[in-house]
Structure formats: structure tokens, C-alpha cells
Ligand binder design. Structure first.
Ligand SMILES: [Ca+2]
Ligand SMILES: [Ca+2]
Ligand SMILES: [Ca+2]
Ligand SMILES: [Ca+2]
Length: 344
């Protein structure tokens, strides 16, 4: 059915595509903040923050707290509606607040404006270089005030996607004086707003709606986004620095090439196609026929190779976990050789 030149081209394509895509994805640092309260509909208790690379000392300082787990269990202890929602400092011991242990203060890196949806470091009045662990969400445009006061407050991150819907909901909580602090937001007058889990997440390539899986919904959202325009990193599927049709093409290729549906295009997907090579569906597994034409062949192989290495590998030991990449490449080469030999 296929002549030798077609088969040879497929083997060459495998090598070329791997070279082009390996290591090409350079995502921003994204931090997940899961709160103890959420919106009822849709289920929604998490915001994702993009950290800005132009505030390196502040980013390193913030990530130290994140990676040490210091922010887990922290209370959002200050809310001024329309202005700021602040946290990152206190836990509650049942009778009073305890400040978490702090690292040395970080140098002020003010540069970006304190606009709505950004996050900046809190600090001591009259000392620009005094930020430690506390930070705040800018609930409105605070540039006129906070860009000039005390050397300017260092904006180091922003809320991604529709995360401000959740922060805005928190900003409607009633505030109280609790122990030594005033303006403490409480749910139902008796429940703190805490952060349950603050951690660095790897942005899954193609997961435009940030729900952890790559599905058709992500392609649909990207299609909508292309019309409206955005510079949010989760839409830059090919990590080119801009969002355009090429990102949608790659996302669709990713959806097609991930034959086993584990969110990553790699050796498992290739093996699924090669294992059913030259067969009709059925008896071959329909997953081995991503093109859906009822036959497992060169088009299906190209669907996998066209999105090779896209997505995020499942963790080791997870169902469908893959072997490390250099070994995958070796297996892919063997697979291509086996394919050529079988067809020769
Ligand atoms: Ca998704
Ligand atoms: Ca792009
Ligand atoms: Ca896969
Ligand atoms: Ca097919």
C-alpha cells in the first residue's frame, strides 16, 4: 500500500520533528493558590498567578516561601474593599495570630504599575527595602497611590484567566477586628479565609482553561481567545511569545496525537499506532486510529509525530507514565526501524 519513499519520509520526519520540538517550551513560572473558600458555581477556589521575570529578587524571595510550604494555612488578614486583599503573614493559633518566620527583607524592585489584578509585596512604611513574606492583591487601579509611596510597591505577579472573579467575591466578605488586627475578612462572621495550598505548577501545554487536562474545551477556548486577543501564557501553546493560529494548530495536533489520552504525546502513543499497524478498526483499538478513517497507517503515525513531545508527561509511576525522554527517542528510532523492516 505504501512505497518505500513514503516510509522513509516518515522516519526522517520523526527525527526532524523531535529536533524542532525538544526543549522548545519555555513557560512562565505559574503559582497556584488554593483557598479555603470558593465560589459555589462553578466550583472555583483556586487562582493561578504568573510571576514576572523582571523582578528576580522578589520572585526568588516569594518562591522561597512557596517552596518551603510557608504559605499553606496562611490567613488573608486584611481586606479593604476596592483597594487591597492582603495575606502571606499570619496563621491563627486559636487565640491570636502568629507571624510566620520571615527570611531577610528583599530589595525593592518597583517597575510595573499597581493595576487591578496584579500582586505586590507589602512592606514597612518609610523603608522601601523591607518586604518579607506579606503580599496583596490590587483590587482596583492603585497606581496613583502605590506606585509612588515608599519607593513604589513592587508588583511581581498577576492573576491569570478569570481568577479575579474569585478575588472579587472575597472582597465582598465583611471585615472584623480580630485579636490585634483590624479589617480581617470573615465568612459568616466566624470563618477565616485561608490559603490551603500554594505551590508552583507546571503549565500543561495546551491547557488553556487551567483545569489540569487538555481537552477539546481548551481548543474551543483558544478559538474564542484568538478573536478577542490575549497575552496570557497558557494560550501561547508553542511558547513563541505571541498567541495566534499556530497555537491553535498545535493544540489540535496535540489533541489528535495523544492517542492514549494522558495529556502527553510520546512513546505510548507511538506504540499504540505501531502495535495496530496496517490493521482495520476493529479489530484494532480505535485509539490507534486518531484520524478515524478505520485504518491504522501512515496518517495516524504522522498525527502522533506531528505533535511529538507536546503536553506534560504524567508523573513516574502514574498510569501511562513514560520512560525518560532520551530512552523514548531510542525507542522511537527502534519503532521506526521495525516499521521499515516490517514493510520492507
Ligand atoms: Ca483544560
Ligand atoms: Ca504562540
Ligand atoms: Ca499520550
Ligand atoms: Ca487512520
Amino acid at each position: 500500500m505504501f512505497d518505500r519513499s513514503v516510509r522513509f519520509s516518515a522516519a526522517i520526519a520523526a527525527v526532524v520533528i523531535f529536533t524542532a520540538m525538544a526543549g522548545s517550551v519555555q513557560a512562565s513560572t505559574i503559582v497556584k493558590m488554593q483557598f479555603s473558600l470558593g465560589l459555589a458555581s462553578p466550583p472555583f477556589d483556586t487562582v493561578f498567578l504568573e510571576l514576572f521575570d523582571d523582578t528576580p529578587a522578589t520572585q526568588a524571595n516569594f518562591l522561597n516561601y512557596v517552596n518551603d510550604g510557608d504559605y499553606n494555612g496562611i490567613i488573608m488578614h486584611r481586606l479593604i474593599a476596592g483597594f487591597v486583599l492582603q495575606g502571606g503573614g499570619f496563621t491563627w493559633n486559636g487565640a491570636s495570630f502568629d507571624h510566620i518566620p520571615t527570611d531577610p527583607p528583599v530589595v525593592n524592585e518597583f517597575g510595573r504599575s499597581n493595576l487591578r489584578g496584579t500582586i505586590a509585596m507589602a512592606k514597612v512604611g518609610g523603608n522601601p527595602d523591607s518586604a518579607t513574606s506579606e503580599f496583596f492583591f490590587n483590587l482596583g487601579d492603585n497606581s496613583a497611590n502605590l506606585d509612588s509611596q515608599n519607593g513604589g510597591f513592587t508588583v511581581f505577579a498577576r492573576v491569570l484567566g478569570n481568577g479575579m472573579d474569585l478575588i472579587d467575591a472575597f472582597a465582598t466578605l465583611q471585615t472584623f477586628s480580630v485579636a490585634a488586627l483590624s479589617d480581617v475578612p470573615l465568612f459568616n462572621g466566624n470563618t477565616f479565609l485561608a490559603m490551603n495550598d500554594v505551590s508552583v505548577v507546571q503549565l500543561r501545554v495546551g491547557d488553556t482553561d487551567l483545569d489540569g487536562a487538555v481537552t477539546q474545551a481548551d481548543a474551543d477556548l483558544l478559538t474564542t481567545t484568538l478573536v478577542g486577543g490575549t497575552d496570557e501564557p497558557q494560550f501561547d501553546v508553542d511558547a513563541s511569545g505571541t498567541t495566534d493560529q499556530a497555537d491553535l494548530d498545535l493544540l489540535n495536533a496535540l489533541l489528535l496525537g495523544d492517542t492514549n489520552g494522558d495529556g502527553f504525546v510520546g512513546i505510548e502513543d507511538l506504540n499504540l499506532v505501531l502495535g495496530a499497524w496496517n490493521q482495520l478498526v476493529p479489530p484494532a483499538d480505535p485509539a490507534a486510529d486518531p484520524t478515524g478513517d478505520g485504518f491504522v497507517g501512515i496518517e495516524d503515525l504522522n498525527a502522533v509525530l506531528g505533535a511529538w513531545n507536546a503536553g506534560t508527561p504524567p508523573p513516574p509511576g502514574a498510569p501511562g507514565a513514560i520512560v525518560p525522554e532520551p530512552v523514548s527517542l531510542a525507542w522511537m528510532g527502534l519503532g521506526a526501524l521495525a516499521l521499515l523492516r516490517r514493510r520492507a
